[in-house]
Write a protein that binds this ligand. Structure first.
Ligand SMILES: O=C(O)CCC(=O)C(=O)O
Ligand SMILES: [Fe+2]
Length: 302
């Protein structure tokens, strides 16, 4: 376990928890290499990376498509480490504890590279439910979700640290349970905002009903590499983002051939012992993915 009871209490109280050393340096360093391979060539030229051109890169404070251009989703054209980090057992355990459920589903996994000068990454305060559900955030935590942000580089204040407002503070400003912020309330939210700056290895957890915003990168030639992981309770059809099944030609073997049954259950693959597994489904699955070791699923069936 990499989380403590006080982290769960903080999540219940504030809607945000930040754990600075959630991932170890040994876990982060291969991810950094992957990010360099995937994104370094997209970094702006030096001259662009030291000056911020707001006119070209977006309206200050509003989200803008340029903010989201260096994003990829699972599975990744990278190492096994990069492909498995969204399903790290400690992350799964933390998601279960935060949502207070026994089974969770990974419904979002992104890499995201931001570069000084590439875009104006400043955003207004918002909650993320708008593109995670067609409904509004539930009154019950387990019916909402947990959004994790993992830092692959140090994310200092001049490197686009996320800013957030605790639930008690936003409730005081907007009214209890409000998830919409008027333009007039933005200033008040900013006055109460805190920084989620932290070193590589930091994990931030928040929910689809918590106010936060992206901020701009201002350090000359700065780069911010992060990953986003979204978990929900298994079977919660209100929440969604990716449809893993719609990209069968992506490198799924990098996950299937290396992940445990518990990890794969988070992608919707039935656990060993589930009635889905029969001699027929096992045979066809093995034909489809020849290098996936199915022995755990096969046990007791064949
Ligand atoms: O990357 C960040 O720091 C926050 C971005 C964000 O909140 C968003 O795009 O919804
Ligand atoms: Fe957001």
């Amino acid at each position: 376990m990499r989380h403590q009871p006080h982290h769960l209490e903080q999540w219940q109280q504030d809607g945000f928890v930040i754990i600075e050393d959630f991932f170890t340096p040994d876990e982060i360093s291969p991810l950094f290499t992957d990010f360099e391979n995937l994104y370094d060539h997209l970094a702006p030229e030096r001259a662009a990376a030291v000056t911020l051109n707001k006119k070209e890169t977006g309206v200050l404070g509003k989200s803008h498509p340029k903010q989201f251009q260096n994003i990829d989703s699972l599975p990744y054209e990278g190492s096994i480490d990069l492909n498995l980090i969204s399903l790290h057992p400690a992350l799964i355990a933390f998601a279960k504890a935060l949502l207070a459920v026994n089974d969770v589903h990974l419904y979002q996994s992104h890499t995201w590279a931001k570069f000084t000068g590439e875009a104006d990454y400043d955003q207004v305060h918002h909650c993320d439910f708008g593109n995670h559900t067609l409904t509004v955030p539930s009154d019950f935590a387990w019916q909402r979700s947990v959004d994790f942000v993992a830092y692959v580089t140090d994310v200092d204040d001049d490197l686009g640290a996320l800013h957030y407002v605790t639930k008690p503070d936003s409730d005081l400003i907007l009214g209890a349970g409000e998830v919409r912020a008027t333009e007039a309330s933005q200033l008040k939210l900013k006055q109460k905002e805190r920084s989620a700056a932290g070193p590589a290895g930091t994990l931030v957890a928040h929910s689809i009903d918590t106010f936060h915003r992206g901020t701009n990168l201002t350090r000359p030639e700065g780069r911010r590499y992060t990953m986003t992981f979204g978990y929900k309770a298994t079977g919660n059809d209100m929440i969604g983002f990716h449809v893993w099944q719609s990209s069968p030609h992506k490198p799924w073997e990098r996950i299937l051939n290396h992940a445990s049954p518990e990890q794969l259950a988070c992608l919707g693959i039935p656990k060993p012992g589930a009635d889905y597994w029969t001699p027929r489904t096992l045979r066809l699955t093995q034909d489809r993915w020849p290098n996936w070791d199915l022995s755990a699923w096969r046990a007791g069936i064949e």
